[in-house]
Write a protein that binds this ligand. Structure first.
Ligand code: NCD
Length: 306
């Protein structure tokens, strides 16, 4: 297995063996995340965010700082006027001279792949339109493993905007490398993208539905996402689905006692705040897991750990 110098454009570029190794290194990063380290001293991470973000960008910045490196970059969504692949390529060819690793978030699908083809330094995809968000999938897997002690053998329910949500696309691909059963719950209009469901059902069993209640008695992990309003081509379509699913304490009546609830955040109204106080909620723990996962990824691709 070789990680040094690698891009993280899509979760599909990784084998199960490689993902298991990343999860192992992530576990080893937990104490280092508390104590700090100078493993990446002198290394510069550039954040190129053409779309709004708080936690993903801050999480990468925290991760490299904890390992002794520094960051440069921009996070001004207005520059999203740079819409042509050609302009992005030029930006990449400039910024790569300043940094050892680039973290890119872009509204266009395929943007991270394109950037990785131009850049000589590794490119990490921090969200490419509605397509993928591979580092989120890795921190989600790490959260499942940490909380449940395993991934194989679990029943996992993905609920929400499965059409435009990039986190659930990457997560579904990643989970399909394990022996899991997936329940996919969404309004009809927001069903899992065909290209994702076609690919994963070759490997695992998936069951689709529109109501979460029927799946709760069997669910070990419930992963909820917000409706990605900004991705709808037509506001009238959004109006049809707005507020159509909501998880409240009442909904959870038939849930397994040890079921955990995850969410990539930000949440809008799909999980009631009352749920935060139940023993199921894990979405704020996920944020910490994001830092340790990104520390592991940076240490691996920058060659500080083999
Ligand atoms: C997600 C994203 O940007 O895709 N947020 C994140 O990275 N934590 C989820 C979302 O915006 O709904």
């Amino acid at each position: 297995m070789k990680f040094k110098g690698r891009d993280i454009a899509s979760i599909k570029d990784f084998t199960r063996e490689e993902i298991d190794y990343i999860l192992k290194i992530t576990g080893a990063m937990e104490p280092i995340a508390k104590s700090g380290s100078d493993m990446l001293r002198g290394k510069i991470l550039a954040t190129l965010f053409f779309e709004p973000s708080t936690r993903t960008r801050l999480s990468f910045e925290a991760a490299i700082n904890k390992l002794g490196g520094t960051t440069i970059g921009f996070a001004e969504p207005k520059v999203a006027a740079i819409k042509k692949g050609e302009n992005l390529a030029d930006t990449i060819r400039v910024v790569e001279k300043y940094a050892d690793v680039l973290v890119l978030r872009h509204p266009l699908e395929g943007a991270a792949r394109l950037a990785s083809e131009f850049a000589k330094v590794p490119v990490i995809n921090a969200g490419s339109g509605a397509e993928e968000h591979p580092t989120q999938a890795l921190l989600d897997l790490y959260t499942i493993l940490k909380e449940k002690g395993r991934i194989d053998g679990l029943n996992i329910t993905l609920m929400g905007d499965l059409r435009y949500g990039r986190t659930v696309h990457s997560l579904a691909y990643a989970l399909s490398l394990y022996k899991v059963k997936l329940f996919l719950v969404s309004p009809e209009l927001l069903r899992m993208r065909r290209e994702v469901s076609d690919a994963i059902k070759k490997r695992i069993t998936i069951v689709e539905g529109t109501g979460v209640e029927e799946f709760l008695p069997e669910t070990d992990v419930l992963y909820v996402t917000r409706i990605q309003e900004e991705r709808f081509p037509d506001p009238a379509e959004y109006a049809k689905v707005q507020g159509t699913y909501k998880l409240g304490v009442e909904t959870l009546r038939d849930a397994r006692e040890d079921m955990i609830i995850m969410h990539p955040l930000p949440r809008v109204d799909e999980i009631d705040h009352e749920v935060d106080d139940t023993p199921h909620a894990r979405y704020f723990q996920q944020v910490w897991n994001g830092i340790v996962t990104r520390m592991a990824l940076l240490a691996l691709i920058l060659g500080a750990i083999e």
